[in-house]
Structure formats: structure tokens, C-alpha cells
Design a protein around this ligand. Structure first.
Ligand code: CP
Length: 308
């Protein structure tokens, strides 16, 4: 039995195969419509979510399966003090696979150690968000034709943004990648990512504070929101929350084919006027998230598309 806890749990070859299945799902959805008939997905969300929970649910429904779960810690027995280890033992009796979002780093990993069913990390604190990364990889490969040989700018809250941490770890495995890390000094990429992922592998990277200074060199701009829920005090959040606002004026400095990605939700960091720019790819990215989660569910359940 396999789990998806860390973005590196799958090799680049396995990721490539997963993205191929996601592409095929997009082309031939009917061939996948009943593959999970009789199977159940549990979504255990101890933190708010719109995209991740609902795209997992949509993915399982698209595959002909069923869903059950909870969308806040308050509405589960976690509110009475139940441990994640006990909860997953119970859920293993109800479902065939589960996706867990939790505010504590490492909670999905702990769950996987007590689980009788595959566990998917749907975001753990400020740590990792591997299925957002699968979504991002599918989006990048679809828009740019391949993974590798790209300059990607990651902009905003690089300290607490778990999507950024997972994406850097994953993209660092592809050849000739260049990273531009754009953040205020208080929200820089954690040292362990810079040291253990970028420096240890000799990967080209640059840290910058002004988006305008570096936007012209980017093939992809990955915007992120400042993660209010991870701040210790509101004053710091208010001071930093509007550090970056991508608008039409800044986009004029960028390449004609630069893609703008964002894991969403957006707060102020991308002006609404940017939505109509052909380079804005963040709503397309949401759709890719359903295809790739369908592919992941099939993989972890050991199911393959039949000839169709
Ligand atoms: N991208 C993402 O994780 O969105 P949600 O918090 O809405 O799930």
C-alpha cells in the first residue's frame, strides 16, 4: 500500500506517468467514469479548504465512487480530543482511501503509519502540499510542453507557503531549472529548502525583494498569498499582506508567454484586471487539479483505465 505524503514520494518517472493519465482523463473522461464504482474516498479536513477538498470530491465522483468526510476539526471528534492515529484507524473501516488536511506539520505522515488505507496529504501546516504540486506540474507541463529548462519566479509568502515548498522540491529534480525567490526579508524561503534542496544540488537560484526587477526573465510567475493563519501577530500580517500586487503595469514588463500561476485562494496579490490577460493561468490550473487527483486516486487504489 502506498501513500502520498511528500511530493518526493513518487519518482519523476512515476510523476510523468501520473500526468500522462491526467492528460488522458482530460481527453477521454468517459473511459474513467466508473473505475471507482463501489469505492469510497474520505476527506478529513481539520483546516478550511475550497479547492483541495472539493476537487478531491469531484475527482472521486467523476470516477464513479462516493465520498464522505468532515470539513472542520470542530465537526469531528478531534474537538473531544481524539488523536489522528485513532481517527484514521476508524476511517479505515469506512473508506478505501482518504485525503487529510491538518494544521500540524507531519499529521498526515502520522496518520499513514496507523492507516489500513492509502493516505494523501492534502496540506499539513506550513510544510507540504503535494497534490497542489501535482496540479502545478500538470499545469506547467501542459502550458510549456515539458518540465525543465524553465525560469520560475515564486513570489509572496515563501516562508509559510506550503505550496511553494513542495513545488521547489519537485521542480528541483528536473534539468536546467532556475529559481527566482521573490519575497520580503521576513518571508524568505526557509533555510532548509535553500540549503538542502537548492544549494546541495547545485541548482541556480536568486533571492529578490522587488518583483519589477526580475519579472522580465521569468517563464512562469507563481504568485502566493501571505498566509494570515500562520502569523503569530496581526500587526505583522497587516504590514506584509500587500507586499506584492501583480497588475497590468507589472505584467507589461514580462515576457509575452510568461504564465501566471497561483494555488489560490487569492486575496490582493493579483489585481482582478489581470484575469483577462491570456497569461493568467490560475483558473485553468484549478481544472487540472481535478484531473491529476483522479489520476492519483486511481494509482493509489491500484486501478488502471480499461481499454475504452
Ligand atoms: N490551493 C488550495 O490548497 O486551496 P484550498 O485551501 O481552497 O484547498
Amino acid at each position: 500500500m502506498r501513500h502520498m505524503i511528500d511530493p518526493l514520494d513518487f519518482s519523476t518517472e512515476e510523476i510523468s506517468a501520473l500526468l500522462d493519465v491526467a492528460d488522458d482523463i482530460q481527453r477521454r473522461p468517459d473511459c474513467y467514469a466508473h473505475l471507482c464504482a463501489g469505492k469510497k474516498l474520505a476527506t478529513l479536513f481539520y483546516e478550511p479548504s475550497t479547492r483541495t477538498r472539493l476537487s478531491f470530491e469531484a475527482a472521486m465522483l467523476n470516477l464513479g465512487g462516493s465520498v464522505l468526510g468532515f470539513s472542520s476539526a470542530d465537526s469531528s471528534s478531534a474537538a473531544k480530543g481524539e488523536s489522528i492515529a485513532d481517527t484514521i484507524r476508524v476511517i479505515s473501516c469506512y473508506a478505501d482511501i482518504c485525503a487529510i488536511r491538518h494544521p500540524k506539520e507531519g499529521a498526515p505522515l502520522v496518520a499513514s503509519q496507523f492507516s489500513a488505507i492509502p493516505v494523501i496529504n492534502a496540506g499539513d501546516g506550513g510544510h507540504q502540499h503535494p497534490t497542489q504540486t501535482l496540479t502545478d506540474l500538470l499545469t506547467i507541463r501542459s502550458l510549456k510542453g515539458s518540465l525543465g529548462g524553465l525560469t520560475i519566479g515564486l513570489c509572496g509568502d515563501l516562508k509559510f507557503g506550503r505550496t511553494v515548498h513542495s513545488l521547489i522540491k519537485s521542480l528541483a529534480r528536473y534539468p536546467d531549472m532556475h529559481f527566482v525567490l521573490i519575497s520580503p526579508s521576513e518571508l524568505r524561503t526557509p533555510d532548509y529548502i535553500v540549503r538542502e534542496v537548492l544549494q546541495a544540488n547545485g541548482i541556480d537560484y536568486l533571492e529578490a525583494e522587488r518583483l519589477e526587477d526580475v519579472i522580465a526573465k521569468l517563464d512562469i510567475l507563481y504568485m502566493t498569498r501571505v498566509q494570515r493563519e500562520r502569523f503569530f501577530n496581526e500587526e505583522d500580517y497587516v504590514r506584509l499582506k500587500d507586499s506584492y500586487i501583480l497588475d497590468e503595469a507589472k505584467l507589461r514588463l514580462a515576457k509575452e508567454d510568461m504564465a501566471v500561476l497561483h494555488p489560490l485562494p487569492r486575496v490582493n496579490e493579483i489585481a482582478v484586471e489581470v484575469d483577462k490577460d491570456p497569461r493568467a493561468a490560475y483558473f485553468k490550473q484549478v481544472q487540472y487539479g481535478v484531473y491529476v487527483r483522479m489520476a492519483l486516486i486511481l494509482n493509489l487504489l491500484g486501478l488502471e483505465a480499461q481499454a475504452c
